[in-house]
Design a protein around this ligand. Sequence first.
Ligand SMILES: [Zn+2]
Length: 351
Amino acid sequence: MKAVTVVPLVKDSLVLRDMPKPSPKRGQVLLSPIEVGVCGTDKDIIEGKYGAPPPGEEYLILGHEAVAEVVELGDGVDNVGVGDIVVPTVRRPTTCTLPVTELDYCPRGTYAEHGIWYLHGFAAEFAVTDSQYLVRVPKEAIDVAVLTEPLSIVEKGIDLAIRLGKARFESWSPRRVLIMGAGPIGMLALMVMRLRGFTDVTVTATRPYDSLKAKLVKEIGATYVNTNVDQISGEFDIVIEATGSTNAAYEALRHLGADGVAVLLGIYLDSKNVNIGPLLDDWRKNKLIIGATNASIRAFEMGVSDLVKAKFEFGGWVRKLITKEVTLDEYEYAYNWGHEDIKSVIQIRSL
Ligand SMILES: [Zn+2]
C-alpha cells in the first residue's frame, strides 16, 4: 500500500513509499482513510525536529488528523462495525495509567501517538488502530470530519475556559471574545464560540481585509482585525491564542480584562525569553491562563457534535476552511500551504 513516510529526526526525508498492508490484531480495526489533514506538527516532523518510528522500524507513516472507514474488524471488536465512518483519536497509553477519558493528561514518555510518536499515522491507503479510541461520525458531518482532531483541542480549551472560569465565581458572565490567529485553530475556535452563543467575537490575523480569512470571519458574524494595519481595541473576557507565536501569547494576556480567561492553543517551539514583569498585573486582576494540547475522546465527541451543528447553522462555511486538497500522489503539495490557506488536506480516496 502507498503511505506518506519520513525517517524521524532526518530532515526532508518525506517520501511516498510502498509499505506492507497492516492487519488488525485483537481489539483493533483496519481503517481505510478517506481524508487526512496536515498541520504544523507534520511540518515539524518533516523538518526533523521530533517524532519516532514504531519500535524496530525505520520509517514513520505521517498523519494524525483523519476520517476513515472501518473495513475489517479484529477479534473481540464490538463497538464499531464494517462500513462505519470514524475519526481515530491520536494518543494511546504505553505506561500511562490514567483512564481512557483522561489520556490527554498522561505525562510525557508514557504514551504513543499515531503519526508522531511510535505509531504509524493515517496518511496511507490502510491503517490499524485500537477500536476503543474511535469516534463515530454521522453522515451529515463526513465531509468536514477531517477537522475533528484540531477541533478537539479547541473544544478542550473552550470547555475548560468556561467551566474553570465559572468555578471561580458563579456569576462570571463572559461577553467579549478575542481570537488571535485565523488558521484552522483560530477559525474552529470562532465556530465553537459562535455555536456557544457568543456574539461579540473578534478574530485577528495579518491578512488584508479583502482576504478569504477576513471574509470567512465576517460571514458568520464576527469582527476581523488585520493587525498589520489596525490595533486591537479594548479588553476581552476570553482570549484564545491560536497563532503559536510566543509574542502573540504574551500579547494575548495584554488584551485580557479583569477576571478574564486566556486559552493558549498554539505550539510554542520558538519560545524566547519574554519579560514576565507585566504578568504580575494578571495576578492582581484575577486572570486565569489555560494551556491545552492533545484532547480526550470526549473532546473529539464534542467536536463531531459541533460539526453537525455548524453545518446546520452555517451551511457550507465549515467546508470552506479546507482551502487545499490534494491526492495521495500529490502529497508533497499538502505540506506547502501559503498564508491564504487555512486547512490543507490529502484526499486518500473518495467516499
Ligand atoms: Zn495536527
